[in-house]
Write a new protein. Structure first.
Length: 461
């Protein structure tokens, strides 16, 4: 077949078409599923391998660069345990074999760092003794952690390293993709010190049964929900009846403080634009604030599914989570003050036809513009304190309305962080705001009080 010129030309035509039409500029494949991204990537690897055996040049250099960018997108979309991110129709799969093949094909020392030290069995079988020998001699150059913004794919990823004990934050606000996409706009996942804290739900099945729609739906993802309803009803196992837009993604890192923000239009039919702000003043203190823009006479909810090894219990007005490596404090607030989350169970399918449940939190409020949950990693034998404070306007010497501004102070051992979230634009009678005597002119602001700052650090003006 490979010697049939007609078949070869037709195959190359469609391979090139897919590269130029399906791959975002950030390297991700459009279907909104890391697993299917990796399936497509592996197919291109095989074309490159076979073409080399036939001394054939199938792709131009810019097309090879697209494939290499796909490999780097795979690298970025891995958890600390080297597995692909579980969003969309994906399984919980180690992708170091793919990264090993990418390092070998592109002779890339950075890809080698995150791949296997030695070729896995399948890759060794494919590339033979010559490939094994070359891979062993290929240097591995360490890649630092940091912030990766995938603007075209609507995703942001932060990690402090590529080691297995790293901390990791993932935010997603993008299109529903092809049939493999789930209703996970504004979804967030968190790992602390190599331990899974907030997770995705997986897929379980493609069959036209209740479990398929439940795992595709918004209500078991880590997202905000209005009136406990779906925002994109499924027509069948693959097709949505509507495709509401995501918009307004803002990904900022400043002075090691993080803001991931996005909006989506899924509830515009009832007059609601949803906004989520994820603020991390440090890598293991996460503020997740959801906000109604429009009519607030609705039920605003948050759902957070926790990792398999995290157990949850209530102590006073705080949720305490305990894992194998970490202990957490979780506290939620609306306009009127503290809200105690409900501890529930939520489904998890790490592999096709396998399903279980883990602990989760569900938080509900009615007729409040915002709902905010704060997750902090506790220090050993140290108390964590999370309190809500009114936001003060310095210019006019007045407190801002409770439905217009949020202020929080998180104290943990010697650390003390303040966060200010303003609902509307800053101006007129709300143009210099803050807490604890520290002020700024932004919508989203953070201060490390233990460092005695003069001003708020503005993450979004």
């Amino acid at each position: 077949m490979l010697k049939n010129d007609e078949y070869r030309k037709k195959a190359i035509y469609f391979l090139k078409m897919a590269l130029h039409t399906q791959i975002h500029d950030d390297g991700m494949q459009w279907e909104a599923s890391p697993m299917y991204h990796n399936e497509v990537l592996d197919a291109y690897f095989e074309v490159l391998r076979v073409a080399k055996l036939y001394n054939d040049e199938v792709f131009l250099e810019d097309e090879k660069e697209i494939i290499k960018n796909m490999a780097y997108a795979t690298l970025y979309h891995t958890y600390p345990n080297h597995h692909q991110i579980l969003t969309g129709d994906s399984d919980d799969t180690d992708v170091r074999d793919l990264l090993s093949r990418a390092a070998l094909l592109f002779k890339d020392v950075k890809l080698k760092f995150v791949a296997y030290k030695e070729l896995d069995f399948e890759s060794a079988w494919l590339f033979g003794p010559e490939g094994i020998d070359f891979y062993e001699k290929l240097e591995a150059k360490e890649i630092p952690g940091g912030h990766m913004a995938c603007h075209e794919s609507g995703e942001a990823i932060w990690r402090n390293s590529y080691n297995e004990d790293s901390s990791f934050i993932y935010f997603r606000n993008t299109s529903l993709g092809g049939g493999h996409g789930h209703q996970d706009k504004l979804h967030i996942e968190i790992w602390f010190e190599g331990e899974e804290i907030l997770r995705d739900s997986g897929r379980f099945t493609y069959k036209d049964i209740d479990e398929r729609y439940r795992l595709k739906g918004s209500q078991i993802h880590n997202v905000p929900i209005i009136n406990n309803t779906e925002y994109a009803e499924c027509r069948d196992s693959w097709i949505y009846k509507s495709l509401p837009a995501s918009m307004g993604n803002t990904f900022v890192i400043k002075e090691n403080m993080l803001l991931f923000e996005g909006f989506h239009c899924g509830y515009m039919n009832i007059g609601v634009l949803l906004r989520r702000r994820v603020v991390a003043p440090t890598s293991d203190i996460i503020i997740i604030s959801d906000e109604i823009i429009g009519h607030k006479d609705h039920v605003l909810s948050q759902h957070f599914a926790f990792g398999k090894n995290i157990s949850l219990k209530t102590e006073s007005n705080v949720i305490i989570g305990k894992g194998e490596r970490c202990e957490l404090s979780v506290k939620s607030f609306d306009e009127n003050g503290e809200i105690l989350p409900d501890i529930i169970n939520s489904p998890l399918s790490r592999h096709y036809n396998q399903i279980e449940e883990t602990s989760a939190l569900k938080i509900n409020t009615r007729s409040s513009y915002f709902l905010t949950t704060i997750i902090t990693k506790n220090m050993v034998n140290k108390k964590t304190e999370i309190i809500k404070e009114d936001v003060y306007n310095f210019s006019y010497e007045t407190m801002l309305a409770k439905d217009a501004a949020q202020g929080y102070v998180i104290t943990r051992n010697e650390e003390k962080y303040g966060v200010v979230l303003i609902r509307n634009d800053v101006g007129n009678h709300s143009d210099l705001n803050g807490i604890r005597g520290v002020y700024g002119l932004g919508q989203t602001m953070v201060a490390a009080f233990h460092k005695n700052p003069e001003y708020m650090t503005v993450l979004k003006w």
